[in-house]
Design a protein around this ligand. Sequence first.
Ligand code: SF4
Length: 241
Amino acid sequence: MNATMPLTMPPGWDQLDQSDLQAVLRFAVKQFHPKLALASSFGLEDVALIHALLQVTPDARVFALDTGRLPEETYECAEAIRQRYGINIHWYFPDSGAVERLEREKGILSFRESVENRVECCGIRKVEPLNRALADQTAWITGQRREQSVTRLSLNVLEPDGAHGGIWKFNPLAEWTLDDVWHYVRQNDIPYNTLHDAGYPSIGCAPCTRAIEPGEDQRAGRWWWETPEHKECGLHNRNNG
Ligand code: SF4
């Protein structure tokens, strides 16, 4: 698909109840499976979506990015999910040569020195592997929600993703609150990342994630040394052309 080609919404989308999670996932599967993939960082939203999507199709493709800097709790959660649902998780790793060059030239904590350095590290460890993960897909599913941060306020449940060649991106939880997600996870007894119980609503790489204080923004613990409008890693650039 061409990145500059305008996309019209798939037939039937406008009639769909976009607040109905199962209906949105059924629509996604009907339209795009098997060229449909769910991106998981094993945060609360992602484990909820894995559970829901597997109810629709047991052979759903779930992929994850192993940046090399993930917290141990994330691996534990990934394994618990793999065991519980009996699925293969399609892990993608960064290019080893690019990581070696970065760490030799700038050290292993370069991302703390400037936004540019942080974006460079995310580019190598996340964005490039994501591009490979999506290269053969027509649509993907993410756990993004509007209330997570100022960068996600205009999120739609379905939107064209011009940053990845004009494919489609489903954000089925766009309108959900964090309480909604917790309710769903508890109701279905879904394994979740234990860091959530330690004050981490949003979990990324270990050195770039901390617990938040009561009343702080849900993504305040991500790259906490940066201002809120910079807090995206490049996985969700809103280039919807
Ligand atoms: S979150 Fe931090 S460690 Fe992970 S890729 Fe981005 S800058 Fe690098």
